[in-house]
Design a protein around this ligand. Structure first.
Ligand code: SF4
Ligand code: SF4
Length: 219
C-alpha cells in the first residue's frame, strides 16, 4: 500500500486525467488561518487535518460561456470542476479506501479560500489583480478543491519571482470600479459591481473580468 504522499501525487496525476488543467495539494490545517481567513476573520478551513487537493480549470476568453453565472446554478465551468472533484473523491475511495469529498464552493457553506489554497499548493502566485497567476494560464483559471483523509507533507509555500514585478499594472487600470484605489484590492468596490450584475435581471450573467483579461501573464 503506498504511503500518503504517494497517494497525493497519484491523485494529482489523476486530477489531470479527469480534466483539471492544474492541480496541487496543501495540508488543510495550513488553510485555517491563511491570509484571507485572517483578513476576513473567518476560519479558512473547517478541517484541521487531512489534505486539500486543489483543482484548476482554464477559462479561455474564447469560451466565455464557461463563466456565465446563473442564480442557483453557478457557472458551467464550476459545474465541470465540481464533477471532476466528485470523480476524484470517488476514485480515492475506490482505489485506496481513502475518505474524500468535494469541498463546497462558498466559504459560508464550509468552503475554503480557494485562491489562498492554490497559492499554498504551489499552483501559482497572487497577482496585483487579486487573482492567482498560474504559469501558462495567467489569471484565467477557476478553482475547486477536494478534501482527502491523507497526511500532507508540510511544505513551505513556493518562493520565486514576484509575477507582477516590472508590469505597468494593466489590470488595475482596466477596472471600471476603481477597485485598486491605493494599489490594494478593494473587495467592497468589486462586490458592488458583482451585486449590480446579479440584480440586472439578465438570466445568465457575464461578470466583469476586466482585471483578469487585461493581464498579459500566462501568454
Ligand atoms: S472584476 Fe471588474 S470590478 Fe472587480 S476588480 Fe476586477 S475589473 Fe474591477
Ligand atoms: S496586469 Fe500586470 S500587475 Fe496586473 S496582475 Fe497582471 S502581471 Fe500583475
Amino acid at each position: 500500500m503506498p504511503n500518503d504522499p504517494e497517494i497525493i501525487r497519484a491523485a494529482i496525476r489523476k486530477a489531470h486525467e479527469l480534466g483539471a488543467d492544474v492541480a496541487g495539494a496543501v495540508a488543510a490545517k495550513r488553510l485555517v488561518d491563511c491570509p484571507s481567513a485572517v483578513a476576513e476573520k473567518h476560519p479558512g478551513s473547517q478541517e484541521n487535518r487531512g489534505t486539500c487537493i486543489v483543482l484548476g480549470l482554464s477559462h479561455d476568453p474564447e469560451h466565455p460561456e464557461l463563466d456565465l453565472w446563473e442564480p442557483g446554478r453557478g457557472t458551467p465551468g464550476d459545474r465541470i470542476l465540481g464533477n471532476t472533484g466528485k470523480n476524484l473523491a470517488r476514485w480515492l475511495q475506490e482505489e485506496y479506501g481513502v475518505r474524500a469529498r468535494l469541498i463546497p464552493y462558498r466559504i459560508e457553506d464550509g468552503g475554503i479560500y480557494l485562491k489562498d489554497a492554490a497559492c499554498m499548493a504551489g499552483i501559482g502566485r497572487m497577482g496585483r489583480n487579486n487573482l492567482v497567476l498560474v504559469p501558462g494560464y495567467g489569471p484565467k483559471v477557476r478553482f475547486r478543491a477536494v478534501w482527502a483523509d491523507l497526511e500532507c507533507p508540510e511544505e513551505p509555500s513556493p518562493e520565486g519571482d514576484i509575477p507582477c514585478a516590472g508590469c505597468e499594472g494593466y489590470c488595475t487600470r482596466a477596472c471600471p470600479m476603481d477597485a485598486f484605489p491605493t494599489g490594494r484590492f478593494s473587495r467592497e468596490r468589486c462586490l458592488a459591481r458583482m451585486n449590480a450584475d446579479r440584480t440586472s435581471g439578465r438570466r445568465r450573467i457575464d461578470h466583469c473580468r476586466a482585471c483578469e483579461l487585461a493581464c498579459p501573464a500566462g501568454g
